[in-house]
Ligand binder design. Sequence first.
Ligand code: SIN
Length: 530
Amino acid sequence: MKHKQYSAVIVGSGIAGLYAAIKLQKEANLPNGILIITKTQLIESNSKYAQGGMVCVMPENKLDSTTLHIEDTIKAGAGLTDRKVAEFISKNSAKVVKELQNFGVNFDRDENNKLKFTKEAAHSVNRILHAGGDATGFCIENALVQYLLLQKDVDVYEETLAVEILKDSNNIVRGLVAYNYEKNEYTVIEAPAVILATGGIGQLYRYTTNPDITTGDGIALAYRAGAIVKDMEFVQFHPTAFALSDKGTMFLISEAVRGEGAKLVDKNGHTFMEKYDKRLELAPRDVVTRAIYNEMKETGVSNVYLNATHISEEKFEKRFPTIYGTCKECGINPSKDYIPVSPSAHYFMGGIKTEVNGTTSLKGLYAIGEAACTGLHGANRLASNSILECAVTAYELVNYLKTLNLSAEKVNDEKIKRTIEFYEDNIQQNKNENIESMFRRLKDLMWNNAGIIRNADKLNKAKEEIDKMFIELGRTYKCYSRNEYEMRNMLSVAKVIVDFALSRKESRGAHYREDFPEKDMIAKSQQSIA
Ligand code: SIN
């Protein structure tokens, strides 16, 4: 097996990973350069599909303040947001936006060249920056990719997965094993800083707005290596994914459309949110999701509708070009027709427990972005806080890493040698033939049993099935395809989600137990044991 040395290896090429790579390259002393490992192409990531925007508390937005933003974040987090983290991230928002602009990101501006701010659910004022109308994620990701490609000393391995974190006999992370699934080739990467920026877990669920790369890889790797994970029961379901077909990966109809006044209606055009919450369509996401779920269940339909017909076609197309284009392709004119929508797994509040600078419970291992859990989101994320968190944590991580010696050393450790041996044999076993069916079964299981409405029976059933699927997969270390590694990771994460959901005997934020519908006022955040 090849061995390579870098000062830092970043796994994942979404906004958090790219931003960290650029800043590291510009500001840190990197005797051995940086490697980015990405599962498909550099430009592909979950960030790329973010539509609504990025929260920023800007001094020129006179209606806003960090106090207001912090309170909104804490309220949405249903009692589990870490106030200090919310304060830190809010207070650093203007700084990171300025830097993103320096790296070529152009947020939308009005005719007077002033930044435009929009609103989404549970925000008390307009404070969300957007780019390309509703293509914020793509615009930021693309600008960062272009900027990165101009930098020296950054290697990129595409079509490559990290499959094992290498921890030495002193419990220090010293690198990882990378697997190029196109070439069927393994490489040992030795690096004093291993940074996981692998995104979320949407693909664990039958319906999701996340692309097919979001299989919880980084979270699974860190957990397998013994890093503490936190808030794993909290999966956010977005209320309005485009429900035109029974596809697993669903196109998002941004909350910003409701921010611009669109109403949720049944097929006869009757609104229903007044039955559920006085904040109506702009109630927190978990509330709107459960309202839609309930309406669908009571009336036996598979979707409700979004009525945005008060917005002229010209305005809709300008403000939401991506949504407009997708709707039109499907024969829907949002200014004339109702848009069919239903809930879909969207974001993971849980993840690898970190500080705001990305440090984890394991020395040498860092996590940023959706794979990390800083405590900002608590039990339910406030819309558009995620890209902000990606940027602030990447920024702080680089500040931290700049203080360390990032010279890569050749690793000579017995424990690491033994781990590497698992990946070294040349035996090519047959690929698991059931893998496609396992994906479908796991996604259905998580959707039905660990989804929007949970109870002990459903969760216990899920636990049992996941255990059986682990046996069916038959792999603990080395797998024999990308799919097998993804399934190994998905099962690892699913098991922890279910365990955490079972032990939270209350309903809070995105975690709803019909057998424990009330909030337990003294319940706290849960985390795994080191
Ligand atoms: C949306 O545009 O509705 C999604 C924004 C987010 O998830 O923060």
